[in-house]
Design a protein around this ligand. Sequence first.
Ligand SMILES: [Zn+2]
Ligand SMILES: [Zn+2]
Length: 182
Amino acid sequence: MRQHTITALWEEVPDDADDLVVVRGGFRIYRCLCGIRLADRAAAELHASETGRCTTCLGGTVEDIVPGFSQPCTACAGTGRRGVQLTWQLAHLEAQTVITDELVRGLIAPFTGPFRLSQVADLVRDTLGLPPGRLPVGPRVRDVLRGLEAAGELVLVSAPNELLRGTTVVLYRDPHWEHVTR
Ligand SMILES: [Zn+2]
Ligand SMILES: [Zn+2]
C-alpha cells in the first residue's frame, strides 16, 4: 500500500505578504510521500480528502499558522483523520443550533466587569448539561461573543497572548470581553 503523508514546507514569506494568504495555506510547497504532484493548497486538500486525511492539517495533526508557529489541529481534534473531521464538522453545526446568541446573551447579562471566554463556555456547558468534548463549545461561544463584539454590544478588553505577524495575525488564548456601557 502506498504511503500518503503530505508535508507542507514554508517558502520565503515576504514582509508585505497578504496575511490571509499566509494563514490560509499560501507560501508553502506541498508534497506527498506517494509522489503525486500537488500544485497548490487546493490540490493538497483534495488529495488529503481522497486518502482519508483531514483537509485542514492534511493528516499531519498540527496546523501551521505562520512560519515558526503551529498548533494542534482543531478541525480533526488533532487526529489527522478525515472521518473525525467530518464528525466534528457536524458537531460544529449542532453547536451552532444549540448555542444561540440569545442563550449566550442571557448568560453574560449578569456580568458587570470583564469576563473570560472559558467562563462563558463553562456556563454554557453547565446550563445545557454538556459533558466536556461532546460539542465544540469553546469555539462556538467564541464566535458568538465575537459576533456580539462586532455588533457593538461587547468590547474586547484583553491584549493578545502572541503577535504572530505584526499586529494583524494575533493569538488570544482566553480573551476577555466586557459589556459596552451606554
Ligand atoms: Zn499521496
Ligand atoms: Zn486536522
